[in-house]
Design a protein around this ligand. Structure first.
Ligand SMILES: CC(C)(COP(=O)(O)OP(=O)(O)OC[C@H]1O[C@@H](n2cnc3c(N)ncnc32)[C@H](O)[C@@H]1OP(=O)(O)O)[C@@H](O)C(=O)NCCC(=O)NCCS
Length: 189
């Protein structure tokens, strides 16, 4: 993995299962149209109602930008264990409209606004989220993207720093009535 921060390089690796084991256990790929329901259900499990993406919005995202999803599918069950999704844009700062309007997706955009990282409870603590973010960054770098940008609660800042993100400070977001931090990860530094 060769991901770099905006201001310094990093070398985050999966903390639990080895890359080989995690790839044996999970298939990493874009989402299929028929998996939109699953993604919407997982979102309801992972986030409280004021933060979760609605079923309607998730279906719009899957319809508009399936290539900006990365799902980890448990090879034993054929079901999604976790996923990350986003939209491409030329913009360089996060705004809440990306959460609600998938039509803002510009396939040629060089930056990605990340909208949700979800891992089902039974799959947590094994490095799956880190592997999803790592593979997502590698894929989008290969597609010529410049930046991954996200907002998160203060309690998640440390987690994203471990994954190679740089903390830009308090975000211009009031999503769900919470205070958010904006973080970014440079892919072309
Ligand atoms: C947060 C979440 C995605 C983590 O998934 P996971 O597969 O358990 O994470 P990983 O095992 O890959 O952990 C990666 C690193 O982040 C740390 N981490 C994991 N969950 C964390 C949390 N909730 N808060 C702070 N750090 C966390 C881990 O300790 C690990 O650090 P390490 O490399 O030093 O061991 C998962 O708990 C989840 O879906 N939560 C609900 C939705 C959510 O909060 N998503 C992120 C919103 S911005």
């Amino acid at each position: 993995m060769t991901r770099k921060k905006e201001h310094e390089s990093t070398a985050a690796k999966s903390p639990g299962l080895s890359d080989k084991t995690i790839n044996q256990r999970f298939e990493f790929r874009e989402i299929l149209p028929e998996e939109a329901d699953q993604a919407a259900s997982i979102e309801q499990v992972c986030f409280p109602p004021n933060e979760a993406c609605s079923e309607k919005m998730m279906k719009e995202r899957v319809a508009m930008a399936p290539e900006l999803f990365l799902v980890a599918v448990d090879r034993e069950t054929g079901k999604i264990a976790g996923f990350l999704n986003g939209l491409a844009t030329g913009e360089a700062s996060f705004r809440d409209a990306f959460f609600t309007d998938a039509k803002l997706h510009d396939p040629a955009g060089r930056n990605i606004m990340l909208l949700g990282l979800d891992v089902l409870p039974e799959y947590r603590g094994q490095g799956l989220a880190k592997e999803i973010v790592c593979q997502y960054a590698d894929r989008e770098r290969e597609r010529g993207r410049r930046l991954l940008i996200l907002t998160c609660l203060e309690s998640r800042v440390g987690m994203y720093e471990k994954m190679g993100f740089h903390n830009r400070g308090i975000a211009a977001s009031s999503w769900g009535g919470e205070q958010w931090y904006e973080m970014s990860c440079a892919l072309d530094a």
